[in-house]
Structure formats: C-alpha cells, structure tokens
Ligand binder design. Structure first.
Ligand SMILES: Cc1cc2nc3c(=O)[nH]c(=O)nc-3n(C[C@H](O)[C@H](O)[C@H](O)COP(=O)(O)OP(=O)(O)OC[C@H]3O[C@@H](n4cnc5c(N)ncnc54)[C@H](O)[C@@H]3O)c2cc1C
Length: 384
C-alpha cells in the first residue's frame, strides 16, 4: 500500500493534550457548581477529576509527567487558558486550582532537590497543594516558628481541610513584625485543623476558605522551603497576580454567557438597549482576556522584572474594571431575575464580586503609575 493511503497509527494509546482533557471535564464541573453553592462546601469531586486526568501534575516539567504550567515560559499560555476555562465553569474551583499551581511553583522553584522530588511524587499522586499566607486580622499574632514548632493560625485558607500540602509563611518567634518570613511546606491530614465557620462571604462558598490552626506541628529543616523572604521575592510575588486575574476573566466570561442565554431565552436581544449592553459586555470580556494573556506572557518570560510587575498590576486592575462593568451590565439587562435564586447569574455574580477582592488594589495602581511616570520610553512603547 502506498504510504499516503496507509492509516496513521491509532491515537488511542496517546494521552490527549492537557487542555483537551480539561475541556472534557468542564460541563460536569459547571453542572455541579450550583449544588455546591452552600456554606462549607468544597468541589471534592472536581478536584478528584482534575487529579484523574493528570491536571494537578501539570506544573511539573514535561520530563516528569507535567506540562510546565506556571513553571516554564511555554506553560504560560496553556495555564492562562486553563485558569480561564476552570474559572468560567466554577470560580471556587478556579481559586483552588490557582492556589495549587502557585504552591507547586514555589516549591519547585525555591525548594531544594529533595523537596522538588517529594513535591513531584505528591503532584503525580494527585495530592492537592495550597498557599496560605494571610495572618489573622486586627494585629493578632501571626503564625510563628519556635524551635521547629509552629504556633498560631492562618486565615482565608482556600481548601482548608482538603489541601494536603500547605505552603505557609511563618515568622521566627520574637522576630520584629517586618522580619522576612519563612516558607514551610506542611503535610496535613484531610479534615484536620480546619475551621470554616468564619467563611460567611456572600460568594465563593464552595472554596472552603477557612482558618487553619497549626499550633504544635513540627517543622524540620526538610519542610522549610527556600530562604527567608523568598515568598515575597520579586517579580514572582507581584507578577503572579496574573493567575488570579485569569480565573477572574473566566468568571467574567461566565457572566457574559449567562447574560446572552437570558437575552436569547426571553427574545429581548434585538432590543437596541439590550444589544448595546451585550456588545459592551462582550468588549469588556475581550479586553480582560487580552490583558491577562499579555500579562501571563510577560510574567512568565525569562528575565521578567519591574516592567512585568507594572504590566501585571495594570492587567489585574483592568480585569477587575471589566468584571465590575460586566456585572453591572448583566444586572441591568436581566433585572430582578438576576438577583433571584436559582438563577445561575445570581450565583455567578456573587462568586465573582467576592473573588475580585484581592490585596491592595490602590497600591498596585500607584506603583504601576510610578513605573509609567519614570520610564524613559514613550508610554506607547512601554509594553511592546
Ligand atoms: C475567595 C478568596 C479566597 C482566598 N484564599 C486565600 C488563600 O488560600 N490564601 C491566602 O493567603 N489568602 C487568601 N485570600 C485572601 C486574599 O489573598 C487577600 O488577603 C484578601 O482577598 C484581601 O482582600 P481585601 O479586599 O481585604 O484587601 P485589602 O488589601 O485590605 O484592600 C481593601 C481596601 O483597602 C485598601 N488598602 C489596603 N491597604 C491599605 C492601607 N494600608 N491603607 C489604606 N488603604 C488600604 C485597598 O486598596 C482596598 O481599597 C482569599 C480571598 C478570597 C476573596
């Protein structure tokens, strides 16, 4: 048989690309999201599906069974798409997946060879990682480390009670408040030490964002990751904000989709006012996507520096602006039904409005503006 007529080898033995495997899970994830919108919920079935499809190990290099998502420049674009797609199906799951990738990245980048190997084993085994940095509010005692023992709590820990490898920041006991923190990768039993009772936010109920008490846990040198101050090391710390902006972007697309569904269902889409609002919402969603894709590429490029930090800061705020605009447009277009359960829009709006609250937006804008002010280039050439 001439070669051109021979059938290619059946692709059955080859694994489908990671993004395709993710896409195949999304309808079920989106369908489950409504039922999970209750206090104390967690998308355990979704995380298990991501693990089964090998998506929790994607931060590993290809040679170790991963895709370099978040850890190699080539992984920036597919990770950006993945975060957007997961966020579109479920913002709580997007939050958990983003934290998982962030933790894996920090350990793989800052940890020693033994820690990276252990993390690779855990990622291949489908264990869930998370980054928990937030200390109790009101000047309460931060998490401290004294003679190898942790004392205190972290708050706003997404996946509390579910994350099995928590990357936490802790101060040496007695160190001044501005002393650099250490990172520790703490193994945790499921359902241990977590308190979800304080998570009364209007949205993101299924993110299991709670307090975790670490008091009495031993942390040996093998669990301490990197050097003091590494958690806040730039540009990774600030430029990493592109990842949550990508999840937010997915949330914006979900709201836009729900708005379009409503207009189709009600036959109101041809009304000029409704059409104008749908067009404006589509513009805002696309603006968000373009910003975040550019920010992902800049943040993950070799040699990323202050320019990437400024660009990601602007991208994060541009996505926030787009999201707030789309929320308003959708609520005005749909009207009261957008506020009534079980309208999908009601939940999507609450989740997005809640998750949009991220640290220090004013400072981020001021710092990006200061970069633009002092840059030698023409502003129009800054990001080329
Ligand atoms: C769904 C969800 C899940 C989360 N999961 C995690 C997690 O897993 N791990 C984790 O570590 N954290 C987590 N967080 C916490 C998150 O990282 C931020 O700490 C939190 O969202 C900060 O929000 P905020 O609006 O209170 O920020 P703030 O920074 O307090 O901002 C509130 C407002 O105050 C302004 N502001 C800030 N500082 C000052 C100042 N010094 N003076 C005057 N104005 C100021 C800001 O510009 C803004 O206008 C989560 C948050 C959410 C919403």
């Amino acid at each position: 048989m001439p070669p051109a007529l021979r059938r290619p080898a059946p692709p059955a033995m080859e694994e489908a690309p990671a993004l395709d495997r993710l896409r195949s899970l999304l309808p079920a994830i989106a369908a489950r999201a409504a039922a999970l919108d209750v206090d104390g919920a967690f998308p355990g079935e979704d995380i298990a599906a991501l693990a089964t499809e090998g998506l929790l190990r994607t931060p590993l290099p290809e040679a170790e069974g991963g895709q370099g998502w978040g850890t190699a420049p080539a992984g920036a674009a597919p990770l950006c798409a993945a975060l957007r797609l997961v966020g579109r199906a479920s913002l709580p799951l997007g939050r958990i997946f983003e934290g998982h990738v962030n933790a894996a990245k920090l350990v793989l980048r800052r940890g020693n060879a033994a820690q990276a190997e252990a993390a690779a084993r855990d990622l291949r085994a489908g264990r869930l990682f998370g980054v928990w940095n937030t200390d109790p509010p009101g000047g309460g005692p931060p998490l401290t480390l004294e003679n190898g023992v942790l004392k205190g709590r972290k708050v706003l820990c997404s996946g509390a009670g579910w994350v099995e490898r928590a990357l936490v920041t802790a101060r040496d006991a007695g160190a001044p408040a501005d002393a650099p923190t250490r990172m520790a990768l703490v193994p945790l039993e499921r359902h241990a030490r977590a308190d979800l009772s304080g998570w009364t936010a209007q949205g993101m109920r299924a993110s299991a964002t709670g307090a975790v008490d670490f008091t009495g846990l031993r942390v040996g040198p093998g669990e301490l990751v990197g050097q003091p101050g590494d958690y806040l090391a730039q540009p990774d710390f600030s430029a990493g904000a592109w990842r949550f902006a990508a999840v937010h972007c997915g949330g914006v697309e979900a709201v836009l989709g729900a708005l379009r569904d409503h207009l189709r269902r009600t036959g109101r889409g041809a009304d000029p006012h409704q059409a104008a609002r749908l067009g404006q919402a589509a513009m805002a969603a696309e603006t968000a996507r373009l910003w975040v894709e550019a920010a992902a590429a800049k943040a993950e490029a070799p040699g990323a520096g202050v320019e990437a930090v400024a660009h990601v800061g602007l991208a994060r705020l541009a996505v926030e602006r787009a999201a707030l605009d789309v929320l308003e447009l959708a609520q005005r277009s749909v009207g009261l039904q957008a506020f009534m359960r079980p309208s999908p829009l009601e939940r999507l709006v609450r989740d997005l409005a809640t998750y949009l609250r991220q640290p220090a937006p004013d400072r981020v804008l001021s710092e990006a503006a200061a970069f633009v002010l002092s840059a030698p280039q023409e502003p129009g050439d800054l990001w080329g």
